[in-house]
Ligand binder design. Sequence first.
Ligand SMILES: Nc1ncnc2c1ncn2[C@@H]1O[C@H](COP(=O)(O)OP(=O)(O)OP(=O)(O)O)[C@@H](O)[C@H]1O
Ligand SMILES: [Zn+2]
Ligand SMILES: [Zn+2]
Length: 800
Amino acid sequence: MNIAKVVVDVPASQTDRVYDYLIPEELINVLQPGMRVIVPFGNRRIMGFVLEISSSAEVDKLKEIQETMDLLPALTPELLDLGVWMGERTLSFHITALQAMLPQAMKATYQKVLVRTGNIPDALLPLFQEEDTSMYEQFEHSGVPLAVLQQAIKAGQIELRYQVNSKETKKTIRMIDADKSVEELQEALSNVNARAMKQRALLEHFIEEPGQIAQKHLLEMYETTGSTLKPLLDAGLLRSYDKEVLRDPYKDKQIERTRPLQLSDSQAKALEPILESIQSEAHEVFLLHGVTGSGKTEVYLQAIQQVLEKGQEAIVLVPEIALTPQTVNRFKGRFGSEVAVLHSALSAGEKYDEWRKIQRKQVKVAVGARSAIFAPFENLGIIIIDEEHETSYKQEDHPKYHARDIAVFRGEYHHAPVVLGSATPSLESYARAEKGVYHMLELPERVNHASMPDYQIIDMRDELHAGNRSIFARELLEQMKERIRRKEQIVLFLNRRGYSTFVMCRDCGHTVECPHCDITLTYHRSSEQLKCHYCGYEEQMPSICPACESDTIRYFGTGTQKVEESLTQLLPEARVIRMDVDTTRRKGAHEKLLGAFGRGEADILLGTQMIAKGLDFERVTLVGVLAADSMLHLPDFRAAEKTFQLLTQVSGRAGRHSLPGEVIIQTYSPEHYSVELAAAGDYRPFFQTEMQTRRAFQYPPYYYLALLTVSHQNQVKAMQTTQTIVQLLQKHLSDQVRILGPTPSPLARIKDRYRFQCMVKYKNEPNLRDVIRRILHHYEDARKKEDLQIHVDLQPYSLM
Ligand SMILES: Nc1ncnc2c1ncn2[C@@H]1O[C@H](COP(=O)(O)OP(=O)(O)OP(=O)(O)O)[C@@H](O)[C@H]1O
Ligand SMILES: [Zn+2]
Ligand SMILES: [Zn+2]
């Protein structure tokens, strides 16, 4: 068993295979599948994953593995299997799929450090001496066999950490400890001037309470500063050093512990089959369809509790924008320090620390956005995907996986249930549940007998005809005044997607576009700049029209800033909190703003997508949607579905507790079924209507899609390549497929590259992946040498 099968970190189709390497003497019995190693490749040293240890090789002359990066596998056997499957499914390189499962910090350049975490064996003592850490290099020069170190690591006595060579990944705190015996300190104390009270106090501290203490804490305790400490350090009585700490971003927060609630009848009914699946270890996918405020989270919590009682682990996925402190606290409140949170707002280092807690089995629940689906648990008892319809569960970069598919893979592997929860399930999932592929569970009512809110749809064209040119319909303004009078709260939602503030000349109609992309520039008021959201291009807002030189060039559209200004004019008494990318850029800002709103420090919460989900505030009784149809006109077959989902979610913030809620929807398309049916608050009629459209136009869930996008600086080249690809597809696929294209992409040019696409619609095409793989292979040279790009997205969510 001295051969390792290795996938190397060279993402290209020629190298997308397994290589054999010889395991050197000192790594035999140390290397395990899932560890990363450094191997010679050509004339380079590169990283690779060990997939398997074997006794036979394909070829005779083998190169040797140079060193190992890990002493504990970075990927479990399950995740190694998943890597193969994911690579196949998403047409990604195997190495890309494997890398995607690790936290960012592990992909960067690193430095290995050994950290003392228990009583260490004698052989390793010299490495540490008095310190708690030792550079790995020292170990390499020590002559101690790797197996000894590995044993100590497995026994939890030492930990191997990757310190990324950037500041943010490593967090240390300054510690102070006595550097002399208690007797010596006592003697020193008698020599300290009696008037140096604070110095004496510090020395007395270490006499009475020997042991290390954080400097900050020590100084606070004795209400003194570093200048008191310094003479004691200089005299060698005390010593200071930095200690690495595992960051816990939620540590300092007091989170109130909660207990399981008495379930309503329908909650209990929904929980029952999930518990059964957990108990009997029979994998099943559940679709928990529950209206907003129906208590889905409580069902998740109680299912997780059962899993923990069985000694198993749980993954909970929440969309990025719903990963608010409020959401996190619901899990932390129930399971305390058993919970790790994987959130993209954390620094790379913080994320890495949370990941390590999972790897080291210090936690049992992982709550996080999409990539948390790869949490390296080995005894999973349940996977929950909340708001399962969210398109952010699909990764847009390679590997282009959907978290739902990964969840099902892992659920099958662990014989564990997967629970997909939503008030507005994706059409794909609901259709599967109707067919019996998924097990449908329903929560048709809100908890505590709270009723669903009342709806009003307001046609903004009527407002205009009646002479109202403001952003707010008269009715909405009246209702807002009323709520403020009653000391209730209001949520105002403005959908920014597809509704940007663009600049147009009133005289000639000229709009200012990005010189590199076929898209209008967006006006940013704070900097008076026009920006391109695709390539980052910026220019000064012009004062005269570049086309006709008239000075009537203005910005159009409604941004949150503009709404806020209007509110100040029309409702000067209202206290407004605005939440958008601008006001939440700073770390912790999100939490602060929501906290203030929760404490009633504002009457109106005005925001974009980020306030649509997960918020549960008792006094919110009015929700206003300012532009319901802004998304309807996007070139996306899911436009109606997304509109319906968003309207339902936002509306769901109103009247969740004892006070009744009301929703006012402003729109220019009041007759559109997605607006009407969202107002009716009924999912099924929407599902049925939308399914008919999908069937008629041959879209999912009736058909599968593959989207190929070709881009090149030369427009003709991009077009012709797409044309050839279409011909190849036609030749090699069955007659059942429909191939659309070549057509220019909706975003026809980005960063000076022209983009063309073709779309394959199919029901059953077992050859498809092979054919596409061959096409990609065929263009491999051109992609490298001529800078041709071909992107393949199977089951795409972004069609732009
Ligand atoms: N059995 C119960 N008894 C009392 N209160 C409950 C119960 N279940 C849930 N709640 C409370 O009801 C409120 C709404 O529940 P929850 O937020 O879980 O609903 P949800 O279905 O996840 O809603 P949404 O989809 O809108 O986020 C919460 O404040 C929750 O604490
Ligand atoms: Zn003009
Ligand atoms: Zn641009």
